[in-house]
Design a protein around this ligand. Structure first.
Ligand code: 5GP
Ligand code: ZN
Length: 112
């Protein structure tokens, strides 16, 4: 499958890794939208948040444990934002589920 995040997960494409374990990888976004902008992905391919099922959802809860750990390790004490874009109208450009973890500035709400 021609999936850029699968290739990052298996080492075919380089990325600046922030965290890695057996099932989850976190790496810096290529075009950061905040002083810290990290992408957190399952290593196994899930296309989007619309494709989460009882069979594959365990890794999603693990991703949120990882997000809490990264936030603690990087002193995101003022707060951080977690974003998932699902589908074309939400702006999902990479069809491998990923959570944007952003910190280091103030964020507006509602997000445009
Ligand atoms: P989306 O728009 O799908 O929610 O987010 C995709 C994100 O992946 C974008 O923020 C984009 O900058 C990032 N991205 C796309 N290609 C690469 C890449 O090859 N390496 C890294 N590190 N980030 C990428
Ligand atoms: Zn993939």
């Amino acid at each position: 499958m021609d999936c850029i995040f699968c290739k990052i997960a298996n080492g075919e494409i380089p990325a600046t890794k922030v965290y890695e374990d057996d099932t989850v990888l976190a790496f810096n976004d290529l075009e950061p939208q905040a002083p810290s902008h990290i992408l957190v992905i399952p290593k196994a391919h899930i296309a989007s948040a619309a494709d989460i099922t009882p069979e594959n959802s365990a890794v999603i809860s693990h991703i949120f444990e990882v997000i809490a750990k990264i936030a603690k390790d990087n002193n995101f004490n003022d707060g951080f934002r977690v974003v998932n874009n699902c589908g074309d109208s939400a702006g999902q450009t990479v069809k491998h589920i990923h959570f944007h973890l952003m910190a280091g500035r103030d964020f507006t709400w509602p997000a445009g």
